[in-house]
Design a protein around this ligand. Structure first.
Ligand code: HGY
Ligand code: MN
Ligand code: MN
Length: 424
């Protein structure tokens, strides 16, 4: 009898089937971007669009013969039994998106892992280890303010209670949204058994691989990330009658924070890779003839080095308290997300690089500027990521996000080979 546990050279992955799944999922939450006229994706976590995507991908998991479970934070994991009852090999990513998302961010990692399972099924592959593939709740953090929420709970970094209690800008809670969309699962949101390994496929969302002429990236780790929410309280006043010296202008304070953060990132004092972004400003009353009394703004700081990031955070906090007394406003600051620099497993990196070499793919090591679910697993098991090049200078969190079918196929082919080796 043919050895059903093929270690064989190459498994055929079906790039057309992969692409069809990617493009079908991209229709869920699709919108036309005002600025570019491009079709983008808006599947904010736990919205109806996310729920529709969840149901679609869960059905695909079932059609691929997976035993699907939903956990208490809404993570959805499909299990393919192994010949032996060993710790599973895991792969996956997210299908929630930012409001101006593209077809690939997260989706490629989930549907690429599904394509591996479909290819194993086609080839009659049996693996020693069970294989588990999944999508994790609110990886983006764009709605509830904390990124890698579902995978952070699963890996034990965030408590389930804390995650369920998180609210969006309208005060709608995670727990209520999970119940509303029917994804308040019952399976424990804990890794009772740490996976044997976790591998995530993802688009680079940056320019490095294309610039280097690389076909794929072996990800060395993820930079440190800290998100803050600042609330600035001043005093509303008449725009015409209030002398400049008597104002407590929340918008002026907010604008000073924006320039401080930008100058901090471009000064070189925190290294060449320091990043600072004020992505959200909510202003009140937000009317033409009233000095703003309240500004809520978010500050996203990132650096490859944990200590340097902490120093930058300290500088921001010190600036904010000086600014408050200078402008006569009150400023509160709350950390809403924080993940330290993550380092991926060296052995798995070498395994991925070997498979890329055997397939003839040019590759290079790359540190991820974006956060990923994989970094949560890195604290629990050997973890690695494969990057697929992003076109158009790596633009992402923008409908222009694009990777070619050949690049996606290359990523899935290496993922399949690595999973076959690790699961057999
Ligand atoms: O913000 C990030 O790095 C990721 O897109 N969640
Ligand atoms: Mn992502
Ligand atoms: Mn993203």
């Amino acid at each position: 009898m043919r050895d059903s546990r093929r270690r064989g050279p190459d498994l055929r992955v079906d790039k057309e089937r992969l692409w069809k799944s990617l493009m079908s999922l991209a229709q869920v939450g699709a919108y036309t971007d005002q600025a570019t006229g491009l079709r983008g994706v808006n599947r904010l976590a736990l919205t109806d669009a996310d729920a529709q995507g969840r149901r679609l991908v869960s059905r695909w998991f079932e059609e691929a013969g997976l035993e699907v479970r939903v956990d208490q934070i809404g993570n959805v994991i499909g299990r393919r039994a192994g010949v032996e009852d060993l710790a599973p090999l895991m792969s996956g990513s997210h299908i929630d998106s930012v409001p101006t998302g593209g077809a690939f961010d997260g989706a490629l990692g989930v549907l690429g892992a599904l394509e591996v399972v479909r290819s194993f099924n086609d080839a009659g592959v049996e693996t020693r280890r069970p294989i588990e593939i999944g999508f994790f709740t609110d990886e983006e953090g764009a709605r509830f303010g904390t990124d890698m929420l579902g995978s952070g709970v699963l890996a034990g970094r965030i408590s389930l209670a804390e995650a369920l209690a998180k609210g969006d800008r309208d005060g709608v809670r995670v727990a209520d949204e999970l119940a509303r969309i029917g994804f308040a699962g019952s399976s424990p949101a804990t890794l009772e058994q740490a996976p044997a390994a976790f591998i995530e496929l993802h688009v680079e969302q940056g320019p490095l691989l294309m610039a280097a002429g690389a076909d794929l990236g072996v990800v060395t780790g993820v930079q440190a990330i800290a998100w803050r929410e600042l609330v600035i309280t001043g005093k509303s006043a008449h725009a015409g009658t209030t002398p400049m010296s008597l104002r407590r202008d929340a918008m002026l304070a907010a604008s000073r924070v924006v320039t401080f953060a930008h100058d901090m990132a471009t000064s070189g004092r925190y290294g060449e890779h320091m990043r600072a972004t004020v992505g959200r400003v909510d202003l009140y009353p937000n009317r033409v003839n009233i000095v703003p009394s309240r500004a809520l703004l978010t500050v996203d700081l990132r650096n490859p080095d944990d200590l340097v990031l902490r120093a930058a955070e300290g500088a921001l906090e010190a600036y904010v308290s000086e600014l408050a007394s200078e402008l006569g406003v009150v400023i509160t600051s709350r950390v809403t997300a924080r993940t330290g620099a993550a380092h991926f497993d060296g052995g798995l990196q070498r395994l991925l690089a070997r498979h890329m070499d055997e397939c003839g793919y040019r590759h290079q090591r790359v540190l991820s500027g974006a956060g990923h679910d994989a970094q949560e697993f890195a604290s629990r098991c050997p973890t690695a990521m494969i990057f697929v090049p992003s076109m158009y200078d790596g633009i992402s969190h923008n409908p222009r996000e694009y990777s070619t079918i050949e690049a996606c196929e290359a990523g899935v082919r290496v993922l399949a080979r690595a999973m076959l080796e690790l699961a057999c």
